[in-house]
Design a protein around this ligand. Sequence first.
Ligand code: ADP
Ligand code: MG
Length: 269
Amino acid sequence: MSDAARAKGPKIIAIANQKGGVGKTTTTINFGAALVEEGFKILVVDLDPQGNASTGLGIVPDDRDYTTYELLLEDIDLADVIQKTDTQDLYLIPATIDLSSADMELISNENRSFLLHNALRQKGIDEFGFDYILIDCPPSLSLLTVNAMVAAHSVLVPLQSEFFALEGLSQLMLTIREVRQSANPDLRIEGVVLTMYDARNNLSQQVEADARANLGDLVFNAVIPRNVRVSEAPSYALPVLAYDSNSKGASAYRELAREFLRKNAKIAA
Ligand code: ADP
Ligand code: MG
């Protein structure tokens, strides 16, 4: 990233889709790890009370003293909430089940949509030198996801290559439009990435064709295949890029990161 770009602070990307099990967490971890391989410093914000990104990056619940819950609802220093992971230059703000009550607690807060936005722009964030902040959203269009979209520069949407994949997308797009109108006019759609793609399966091909026909250039050329190594990696608390560097899943996430960087370079130019 050029110095001029970094002077503006890290680019913040929300990884969102209100459907569960579509590959949000997997994409957050592995897209993040792939960007690290390209030389960038990454912060993952776990915004899902299930804490799967935290577990997948090796931060066990006992080590989650300060979490996104405190980041949103209490006055806490970033240095106390940001943790190192075993992957160099990949950092994490963990989550625990505590976060599940945040939605309710946020409702009475005047600033309820801006809490993450403000937390990620507090003084001192620049000292960490992050290039990208990736927010792993919960499987809903709740206030937590809205916080992510208000905080973010763009939204990256994982789309599972299965029947009904496109159905929930209009709701997601509507939420993005509402956030643009109310709080974050510059919010962009970074792109849609097909996940768990099975080239031998007609259905995967159909979903891909539909997605490309309906969403055009928004759909990344890089497609993430269904790959058992990808699903095994979290139980070893590693990105698939570290767990099995030569796997198809690892290669696909590298391709996604490179395509993303090419697209972003074009926009910046
Ligand atoms: P979400 O965060 O959207 O709920 P996850 O990233 O947790 O979805 O993925 C759901 C499940 O699918 C997990 O068990 C994960 O390991 C598995 N999975 C995700 N991507 C792949 C893939 N490319 N190949 C195989 N399994 C995958
Ligand atoms: Mg998840």
